[in-house]
Design a protein around this ligand. Structure first.
Ligand SMILES: [Fe+2]
Ligand SMILES: [Fe+2]
Length: 366
């Protein structure tokens, strides 16, 4: 049974919508919780960070006897939204753990926009369809090694695809980008590029610890000391031994693994040294940046610049797209900004006649 979040309506206010003096009744996820002692009156209290899929907020629970719940626990909360030092804070009056399996996790954690099962099938079918037998066997062995954790692992703690099933989503969107590029550059070896895409971040399963909510608990010792590129190479070698595969195909995949961050500054000890490795690096970079940009755009109103996005080292702008129903691109006359059409520039190549002349010069029949 799923616990109704508000009696009869199965709805609750989101963290992002909370304002001062509002009451909150509903289920939130514990991000962190500590018992502390007040400097003022020496009494114990709980310092908690609670969140849902829209955001998180710090809270205080003034209860001498309350023990801090573990991070990742869904809790039923009654609280008042207050302001302290210019920031919103919850004054938690009641906080009770929700029994396991009874909270609707999709409301509490950010989740990839596609179903984990169908994303996994798409990846698996690509691997199963490979014709390069050694690469196929290595890719399938890597997927087996990653196991069920792939279902919920995020791709990163916060930079991109930091959500439940984010690693699957990052992999599947990269795979689609790779397939599109393989049409443009038929000289790329499809099996090798697709294999590189599928395995490139599987080392993250050893690099970070993540619970089924998709939240990253911490980096593992191996993650901190070695990182997912080196862990990924270790995994490929383990798979190669298991499958009895030796030789260049193992080496090629290992090279794609360690070079996929492109340069030493970003963790790759070697730059990509063949076309599929370069394409993998470019697609990975593109996909991570697109995800970070779409997320920032979602949080930024039309026509406004975002805060600095640290992972991209810049502020972003939310453009006024035509047809955007925010109305931001509509001018005072209600028509929207005047767009220069081809016929308005008599001297430039944009004029219709000039374009027709150019088309003729290129022998451009229909
Ligand atoms: Fe990576
Ligand atoms: Fe990646």
């Amino acid at each position: 049974m799923i616990v109704p979040l508000r009696k009869g309506r199965n709805m609750q206010n989101t963290v992002a919508s909370l304002v001062k003096d509002m009451r909150f009744e509903g289920v939130l996820l514990v991000k962190s919780a500590d018992q502390k002692i007040s400097n003022g009156n020496g009494k114990k209290y709980l310092d908690v960070t609670l969140g849902d899929r829209t955001g998180e907020m710090n809270g205080k629970m003034w209860d001498q006897n309350a023990l801090p719940p573990a991070a990742g626990t869904p809790v039923s909360v009654s609280a008042l939204v207050q302001e302290y030092n210019g920031r919103l804070q919850l004054r938690v009056e009641r906080m009770v753990p929700v029994p396991e399996g009874q909270a609707d996790m999709s409301l509490l954690v950010r989740t990839a926009p596609e179903d984990a099962g169908s994303m996994y099938r798409e990846i698996l079918e690509t691997a199963e369809g490979m014709r390069w037998q050694e690469i196929r066997a290595l890719t399938l062995a890597m997927l087996r090694r990653a196991g069920e954790k792939l279902k919920w692992y995020p791709a990163a703690q916060r930079v991109h695809h930091a959500e439940r099933s984010g690693l699957l989503h990052h992999t599947v969107t990269m795979l689609r980008a790779a397939k599109a590029l393989e049409e443009v550059y038929p000289d790329l070896n499809r099996d090798l590029l697709n294999a590189g895409v599928i395995v490139h971040d599987l080392g993250k399963i050893r690099e970070m610890t993540a619970d089924e909510s998709g939240a990253v608990g911490d980096y593992s010792d191996n993650g901190l000391l070695l990182g997912h590129l080196v862990e990924g190479v270790a995994m490929i070698r383990e798979c190669a031994r298991e499958e009895g595969i030796e030789g260049e195909s193992v080496l090629l995949l290992c090279h794609m693994m360690i070079s996929h961050h492109g340069q030493a500054e970003f963790g790759s000890p070697k730059p990509p040294m063949f076309p599929e490795a370069e394409a993998l690096h470019m697609i990975d970079d593109l996909d991570a940046k697109m995800n970070a940009m779409f997320n920032a755009r979602e949080r930024t109103p039309v026509g406004v610049f975002s805060e600095k996005i640290w992972s991209l080292d810049r502020r972003l702008y939310h453009p006024r797209y035509p047809g955007d129903d925010s109305g931001a691109s509509v001018t005072a006359d209600g028509k929207g900004p005047a767009l220069k059409t081809a016929g308005q520039d008599p001297d430039g190549p944009a004029s219709m006649e000039a374009l027709e002349r150019l088309r003729a010069a290129f022998g451009g029949g229909q």
